[in-house]
Design a protein around this ligand. Structure first.
Ligand code: NAD
Length: 461
């Protein structure tokens, strides 16, 4: 099939490359001409494991091209997949990119004689496609729905595993206005992907995506709430608690003698909180949508509140251990919101670094690939912030280290390296990757999220 993808960011580029690899003719469209040029030069504009070689292959064999000319793309294709950003701003989802894009596509459809389906892949609040997008397309094209098709096909890929997730999806959800729209979108996936195709209406497709992200985000905040209770009590390790809870066969069934260990249980772990381009904004958008309908979603509010407090709790615990943070040299290990991505959007590292700087600490941060994006995100806070080439540089003579992102190279730092490089090492393990007893044997003051030694608590009482 001939497919246009409008918006060539994380989702647009991965979708475009993967659909081209499955044999479709894909035109990726973006307003940013540097993205277009780089893709046509076979250069990936985002970091995503496995993306580079497939991109090179599909550009070379002519299955993928990039343009900044939307008219050309829509005229040459059967389907336009909208994958523009849907940020959160001013208390609600910002639909300006969706509205702009739908308006432009609508005007082009005015001049197009053959049937064309517009498919929203961006994450949007329920009713956006069947009200806002539909009405803009009808007005701009001068045509009634039916003369063109309309669908909503949410994307569930995870950054860092985006290619794998797109190529082997768990399910493909297609919200369709009518049978004809469904049949076109179904043809993109049917027989090319081994996954159940779930047909629903437009607003159900939108709700499935929000519900999925809100559930995962809630599990993380739930785990962090339990971690805080453990910290306040002392002598309880949240890691032991959550690991035991997730051995329940309802979470972790056995296949033969072996535990299945479903990915879902990874969300039941305490840490620095969730970040990235999706969970925070999507939960906030669902809250705002829900309230616009007159319902206050208390659980979702708590999910966000806990998440925003969690990085600050970590800094407070560091302060409790070190005393005043003024002029203390703090190494921050990890900037990206999770390993295997350079995405800094809403990363907990941003809150942690800003709080450390507010307390007049000197921050030395390291990350294998996110430094460039971190530099942009933290440019205005830069005076006492240094980005380091590697963890060794960040740890050199540091008073404390905060592990924020569990990159393998950080998780495998040995206790001897900490001792050799740092002053009187204090390690705040925001992801629980180090072994407390091994660290303590070497004289390291170890602070783990969701773990407070009962002896300290009893001394304080
Ligand atoms: N990033 C993820 O992991 C992920 C996963 C699932 C769903 N989503 C959803 O997918 C959507 C896109 O997310 P993203 O992270 O890829 O966004 P992004 O910001 O990385 O990319 C959006 C791109 O759209 C381009 N753009 C905006 N308006 C345009 C227009 N009118 N014409 C052409 N190009 C235009 C921008 O220049 C930008 O390159 C969002 O709704 C997001 O919530 C994202």
């Amino acid at each position: 099939m001939k497919i246009s993808i409008i918006g060539t960011g994380y989702v647009g580029l991965v979708s475009g490359v993967c659909l081209a690899a499955k044999g479709h003719k894909v035109i990726c469209v973006d307003k940013k001409t540097d993205i277009v040029t780089r893709i046509n030069n076979k250069e990936a504009t985002i970091y995503e494991p496995g993306l580079d070689p497939i991109l090179k292959q599909v550009v070379s064999n002519g299955n993928l091209t990039a343009v900044d000319n939307l008219r050309y793309a829509v005229m040459c294709s059967d389907v336009s997949i909208i994958a523009v950003g849907t940020p959160f701003g001013n208390g609600k989802i910002d639909l300006s990119y969706i509205i702009g894009c739908a308006n432009e596509i609508g005007q082009i459809l005015r001049d197009k004689n053959s049937y064309h389906v517009v498919c929203v892949k961006s994450t949007v609040a329920p009713t956006t496609t069947d009200t806002v997008v539909k009405s803009i397309l009808e007005t701009a094209s001068g045509k009634s729905i039916g003369q063109f098709g309309l669908a909503m096909n949410p994307e569930f890929l995870r950054e860092g595993k985006a290619v794998e997730d797109f190529m082997s999806p768990d399910r493909i959800v297609i919200g369709a206005y009518d049978d004809r729209s469904f049949n076109v979108i179904n043809k993109i996936y049917k027989s090319k992907f081994k996954a159940p195709i779930i047909r629903v209406n437009l607003r159900t497709a939108e709700m499935i995506k929000y519900t999925s992200n809100a559930l995962l985000a809630s599990l993380i905040s739930y785990s962090n709430e339990i971690a805080s209770i453990c910290e306040e009590t002392g002598g309880i390790d949240v890691k032991e608690v959550l690991e035991s809870v997730t051995l329940d066969k309802r979470f972790n069934p056995k296949k033969g003698a072996k535990l299945v260990n479903p990915e879902m249980i990874k969300y039941l772990r305490a840490g620095c909180g969730f970040g990235g381009s999706c969970f925070p904004k999507d939960v906030k958008a669902l809250i705002s949508f829900s309230e616009s309908k007159g319902y206050t979603p208390d659980l979702l509010h708590a999910t966000i509140d806990i998440n925003e407090t969690q990085p600050l709790r970590l800094v407070r615990r560091l302060e409790a251990s070190l005393g005043s943070l003024q002029d203390k040299k703090i190494a921050v290990l990890g900037l990206a919101f999770k390993p295997d991505t350079d995405d800094m959007r809403e990363s907990p590292s941003l809150i942690i670094i800003k709080e450390l700087l507010l307390k007049k600490a000197k921050v030395f941060a390291a990350d294998p690939i996110a430094i460039e994006n971190a530099n942009k995100a933290l440019a205005s806070d830069a005076s006492e912030l240094s980005f380091c080439a590697d963890y060794k540089q960040a740890l050199q003579d540091a008073d404390a280290a905060v592990l924020v992102t569990s990159w393998p190279e950080f998780a495998s730092i040995s206790r001897d390296e900490f001792v050799d490089l740092m002053k009187n090492p204090v390690i705040l393990d925001g992801r629980r990757v180090y072994d407390k007893s091994i660290m303590e044997e070497a004289g390291i003051n170890y602070i783990g999220v969701g773990l407070e030694d009962v002896r300290e608590v009893m001394c304080n009482e």
